[in-house]
Design a protein around this ligand. Structure first.
Ligand code: TXA
Ligand code: MG
Length: 349
């Protein structure tokens, strides 16, 4: 089944009210609109309309036990959606909203089961992007929005990525240019005794510790054997079509090993992609070499990662050899996505 997908260009610094109005009308009528946020593009629908939300799962090909995040445009929109707002949540909202932090609350009765995958909690965030904010406030609805990629593919950071995955499947795409951060929001569970990060993201463990000193990370984030508490974390994700190997450790050894393997793989007839950094770019000779950013500025790596993964697919490489980064600050979220893209294939040097 295909449908007509309208693409509207919107300048985030000078928003055309009429265009946002068209998009908000589609949401109010139970349709699906993709829109930019400061993290990645989202696939939005009325979060209180079960039929509308079903269309999101269908367009993405998403397993129905993987719950969705509700997006709001002001803090006042939170209380009808949750049972209670714990003290720690208020402190986090004060410091990090609007922004890339999703909070998990005990849900109120108005939240349909299809949003939560049957859980008694609901994930909510207030995005920090002028188009997202305006669209949500114009619709007057909590907007359910997963990343606007096909399930399992890297999340979209450019409108073109959304067009690639969603053309003919949704009503509208708002093209507001590249997203900022480039990785999804941090998911923090405040519904349990110990505040727990379920997915690392733009707001880091280090940032959160300042506000909630006893915050921990779900053990599955750093230990592959443990079962994730967040349903979405158990799937192979952010995955390019090619195989991927992730190399971590001393950077000189990493470069040497990638060069050695590139030679062997090319001799056996495989097309090799190398995910390099600015500092190492010139140390590689063969293969399709793409620079993801600077080791000295991990924000650039976060911003470019998903686009680079998609670019390797376009180049039709068979295997990607990628340099890892140190897992501190935003590095934790970068490594979480890289490890998933590599399906856990890590080579430690
Ligand atoms: O940055 C973002 O968060 C983007 C933009 C569009 O806002 N959205 C996003 O949504 O990444 P999605 O659906 O791709 O990821 C939502 C994550 C999944 O890992 C899901 O399992 C988790 O949030 N999640 C949602 N509701 C939850 C809940 N009640 N308890 C635990 N985890 C939950
Ligand atoms: Mg996603």
């Amino acid at each position: 089944m295909t449908m007509e997908t309208k693409i509207l260009n919107i300048d985030k610094d000078n928003i055309d009210e009429d265009l946002i109005g068209q998009a908000a009308d589609i949401l109010k009528r139970g349709g699906i609109v993709a829109f930019p946020t400061e993290t990645v593009y989202g696939l939005g629908a009325n979060g209180l309309d079960e039929e509308a939300v079903k269309k999101i799962y269908k367009a993405k090909g998403r397993p129905s036990d993987n719950p969705l995040i509700l997006h709001i445009s002001s803090k006042e929109e939170l209380s009808p959606l949750v049972k209670e707002i714990p003290h720690k949540a208020k402190a986090c909202m004060e410091r990090f909203w609007p922004g890339p932090l999703t909070l998990v609350f005990k849900k109120s009765d108005i939240i349909p089961d299809i949003i939560t995958g049957g859980l008694d909690t609901v994930a909510i965030r207030m995005p920090d992007h002028p188009i997202a904010k305006k669209l949500i406030s114009k619709s007057g609805l909590p907007i359910a929005a997963p990343s606007a990629n096909l399930s399992g593919k890297p999340s979209p950071t450019k409108a073109n990525h959304v067009i690639e995955d969603m053309m003919g499947k949704i009503d509208m795409i708002l093209d507001g240019g590249d997203t900022g951060l480039g990785l999804e929001s941090t998911v923090l569970d405040l519904s349990t005794e110990v505040p727990t990060i379920l997915r690392p993201g733009g707001v880091t463990l280090e940032d959160l510790k300042v506000i909630i000193p006893n915050v921990i990370q779900d053990s599955s984030i750093t230990n592959k054997q443990d079962t994730p508490k967040s349903p979405g974390q158990k799937y192979r994700h952010y995955a390019p079509k090619a195989d991927m190997l992730l190399f971590v450790g001393d950077i000189d050894k990493v470069v040497e090993e990638i060069n050695k393997r590139t030679k062997d793989l090319r001799e056996s007839g495989r097309k090799v992609g190398i995910m390099a950094t600015e500092e190492t770019r010139n140390k590689y000779k063969d293969g399709k070499i793409l620079v993801v950013g600077s080791r000295e500025d991990k924000e650039t790596i976060a911003h470019n990662l998903f686009h680079i993964l998609r670019s390797f697919d376009e180049a039709e490489v068979d295997i990607i050899l990628a340099e890892g980064v140190s897992p501190d600050n935003i590095g934790m979220a970068i490594m979480n996505r890289m490890v998933k893209a590599a399906n856990g294939n890590i080579i430690r040097l």
